[in-house]
Structure formats: structure tokens, C-alpha cells
Design a protein around this ligand. Structure first.
Ligand code: PXP
Length: 237
């Protein structure tokens, strides 16, 4: 059974909508841990649109499960990772104007930059994962870079789910998972996974860990709303 990494970025998105202190993503991480999360994942974006530097520091001192920091392959982020020392860093591509991470890292194009980052983080005792599309050539280069882990981008599969294209996208993920594991890589997956589309992915034997954020946080908002309203109503009375 794959482990579950819970991405809490969007708790911070709600907080940043008002630049206030609630909801605190660190508090959410503790509750996620109590719910059975095997790992807490956060993406520190260069524009700090959700997770803030303070969140990383407090999270590092608070959670008991491993921390997975997603970040771009830029010097500022690598230095923050070295200082924070999460158990794992997942290197992702980042474009400022995107709504979320849109594609996998192009390890072929940025091979020397990625390999240098892998070496630098490995020297700091951090396990490095590369977030890549289910593309066999990218996986070959990920292995050559020295990274021990890949996270397969499931966004295209998630987007196509329920359409005729879905099967082809799913088969690409299976092929990528097989290929990665044959090369000796640990294979994880994530992005766009929901309560509707997760089961076929969770059944893929080679996949060790799933990182899921938006869907879990979306559901948490809805399942919690009745209690939240009741509590406010009681106070008003
Ligand atoms: N994995 C990676 C590498 C990501 O960048 C993200 C989004 O931050 C996720 C998983 C989680 O994606 P989602 O929020 O769609 O579940």
C-alpha cells in the first residue's frame, strides 16, 4: 500500500487570502498526522503565495512524520532546504504565473543544474525526489542525475479521468513506474489526485507514496463546515 503524503499548501492559501494567522497550516499538519498522514508535504514557492518561511520553521519543530519540501531548482530554495533540513526535497519546475505546478521538471534540458542540486542536497543528508512527467527518457536522466526518488506527475491522468484519453494516460504511468523501479529508483506519484481517481493509481505496485493536497483540503473544508457554523451560532446565542 502506498504511503500518503498530505500537502497542506492550500490551508495556507486560505490564510493568505486575508494575510492573517488562521487557518494555521502547522495546526493542519498536526491534525493530518492524527488522521494517519505518513508525511507532510509543503511547497515553498518563490512568490510565497501560500506557505511562508515561518511555516517551514515551525513545521520542522512540530511534526513527527517526515517532511517533504517541494521547491524550484534555484539557489534561494536550495539554501532554505539546507537550513531547514527536511527528510526529503522534491524538486519541481516553477513558473510564477502558473496556478499550480503545470508539468514535470525537464531533467534532460536542465541536467547539470538538476544534478548539481541533487549532489548539494544529498550532501546535506536530504533525500532528493524529482517531479517528472511519465516520460521514459526523463526517467533515464533522473536516474543519471543521482536522485534516488522520482515522483511521477499524475496531472495529465487526473485531467483526462473519465474521458477516452484516460486509459492511455494511465498506461503511461504504469510504464513509467515500471521503468523507474527497474532503474532502482523509488517511485512516488502525485498531482491532481482526488477521491474519484486515486484508486487505480494506488493499485500500481511500484508506487510507494502518493502526495495529495487540493482534494483533501477541499473535502476538509466541506466536512467541517456544519460544526464550524454550529459553534459560531452557540457563541452568538
Ligand atoms: N506533488 C507535487 C510535486 C506537487 O507540486 C503538488 C502540488 O503542489 C502535489 C503533489 C499535490 O497536488 P494536488 O494539490 O493537486 O493534490
Amino acid at each position: 500500500m502506498p504511503k500518503l503524503g498530505v500537502n497542506i499548501d492550500h490551508v495556507a492559501t486560505i490564510r493568505q487570502a486575508r494575510r492573517t494567522v488562521e487557518p494555521d497550516p502547522v495546526w493542519a499538519a498536526v491534525l493530518a498526522e492524527l488522521g494517519g498522514a505518513d508525511q507532510i508535504t509543503v511547497h515553498l514557492r518563490e512568490d510565497r503565495r501560500h506557505i511562508q518561511d515561518r511555516d517551514l520553521e515551525v513545521l520542522r519543530r512540530t511534526i513527527h512524520v517526515p517532511m517533504n519540501l517541494e521547491c524550484a531548482v534555484v539557489d534561494e530554495m536550495l539554501a532554505i532546504a539546507e537550513k531547514t533540513k527536511p527528510e526529503q526535497v522534491c524538486l519541481v519546475p516553477e513558473r510564477r504565473e502558473e496556478i499550480t505546478t503545470e508539468g514535470g521538471l525537464d531533467v534532460i534540458r536542465h541536467f547539470s543544474r538538476v544534478s548539481d542540486a541533487v549532489q548539494r542536497l544529498t550532501a546535506a543528508d536530504i533525500t532528493v525526489s524529482l517531479f517528472i512527467d511519465p516520460d521514459l527518457r526523463q526517467i533515464d536522466h533522473a536516474a543519471k542525475s543521482g536522485a534516488p526518488v522520482i515522483e511521477i506527475h499524475t496531472g495529465a491522468y487526473a485531467h483526462a479521468f473519465g474521458t477516452p484519453e484516460s486509459d492511455q494516460r494511465f498506461r503511461a504511468i504504469i510504464a513509467a513506474a515500471n521503468h523507474g523501479s527497474q532503474l532502482g529508483l523509488r517511485v512516488d506519484a502525485g498531482h491532481g489526485l482526488t477521491y474519484q481517481n486515486v484508486v487505480p493509481i494506488a493499485r500500481i505496485e511500484q508506487i510507494r507514496e502518493l502526495n495529495i493536497g487540493h482534494s483533501i483540503i477541499s473535502r476538509a473544508v466541506l466536512v467541517g463546515i456544519e460544526r464550524a457554523v454550529r459553534e459560531m451560532k452557540q457563541l452568538i446565542h
